[in-house]
Write a protein that binds this ligand. Structure first.
Ligand SMILES: NC(=O)c1ccc[n+]([C@@H]2O[C@H](COP(=O)([O-])OP(=O)(O)OC[C@H]3O[C@@H](n4cnc5c(N)ncnc54)[C@H](OP(=O)(O)O)[C@@H]3O)[C@@H](O)[C@H]2O)c1
Length: 288
């Protein structure tokens, strides 16, 4: 059993603490606003009077607060306590924020792991929860068993920004999926078809289309978008034009798909209409 400190008792911090307590660990907690630890104290948690006091109680501290300005203010206030400790920051932020925090924490003599939580609070400790980590490899190796109690732990590398990069990329994929769902459902809703009824059809179609992604990924990695083309961009641009025309005719907003049609047109207009739609990737990837 380990001594663990948790900073931040929002919805996620509460779930992380409850999980560690359930596993029998000694958990010290601190939250900016007092009075949020009651239920956790009843389960055995100890409440510290400051972030520095909480950090001093344990070899490893897990921080999960709103954003990086919040985590930076905690680190500033507790800087003297960090030397020789490990800080696992599960606060959501950008790769640049994670890298800057890693540099700052290193100057304070602590090991730093950044993490991206791919789960909601009720999922913590369950089989579908995943947390991505990057930063100090020795810290990950030392605490991996403990961290696995929260969620499957996927270590991505020593660059502290990698967990955030992958976290935000996975969320981007999720929002693309949700955007497709919203648009498609609005289209059938215009004729009184319910979202729940339509979803049966849509989800099996989307699952089938997931099968296209390995082929697109291969083309993106090779930069060869003109091989094995069965549904070329020119055809798909015409099809997307039809979708948007029908969308307008049905009185539905086109906002979610307009930018995609713009990219299809641009790529086809540049002479790549016979290639695959994976070529659109070339318009959005980082140049140089
Ligand atoms: N909830 C989810 O589904 C979920 C999923 C994945 C990742 N996350 C990430 O987990 C982190 C926490 O999320 P949450 O759901 O727990 O949020 P939350 O319920 O809104 O709690 C926010 C926490 O941050 C603290 N905080 C805010 N500003 C602070 C500051 N300046 N200094 C110190 N503490 C400060 C709050 O303390 P006070 O009580 O004093 O306000 C509270 O403990 C976020 O980065 C979020 O993106 C959440």
């Amino acid at each position: 059993m380990a001594n663990i400190s948790i900073i931040g008792l929002g919805a996620m911090g509460q779930a992380l603490t409850a999980r560690f307590l359930q596993q029998g660990h000694t958990v010290t907690v601190w939250n900016r606003t007092p009075g949020k630890a009651g239920a956790l104290i009843a389960k055995g948690a100890r409440e510290a009077g400051s972030a520095a006091e909480a950090i001093a109680e344990s070899e490893v501290t897990v921080m999960c607060v709103l954003d990086y300005p919040a985590s930076t203010s905690v680190i500033d206030a507790a800087a003297s306590a960090l030397s020789g400790r490990a800080l696992v920051n599960l606060t959501n932020g950008t790769p640049a924020q994670a890298r800057a925090t890693a540099e700052r924490v290193a100057t304070l003599g602590a090991a730093y792991l950044d993490g991206g939580i791919m789960a909601t609070p009720p999922m913590i400790g369950g089989e579908h929860a995943l947390i991505l980590y990057s930063g100090s490899k020795p810290a990950f190796d030392a605490h991996a068993t403990l961290l696995e109690e929260l969620a499957a732990a996927n270590y991505l590398g020593t660059d502290a920004g990698l967990a955030s990069l992958h976290d935000l990329a996975l969320l981007s994929g999720m929002y693309g999926l949700f955007a497709g769902f919203f648009h498609a459902t609005a289209l059938v809703d215009s004729e009184g078809i319910s979202a729940c009824d339509f979803l049966k059809l849509l989800s099996s179609w989307m699952t089938a289309m997931m099968g296209e992604l390995p082929g697109y990924a291969t083309k993106i990695d090779s930069g060869k978008h003109g091989v094995n083309v069965v549904s070329n961009l020119g055809m798909q641009a015409a099809s997307l034009e039809n979708i948007l025309t029908a969308t307008r005719e049905q009185g539905v907003a086109t906002d979610l798909l307009d930018p995609l049609l713009e990219l299809f047109r641009k790529r086809a207009g540049a002479g790549f209409g016979d290639e695959d739609i994976s070529g659109v990737f070339e318009l959005i990837r980082r140049k140089g």
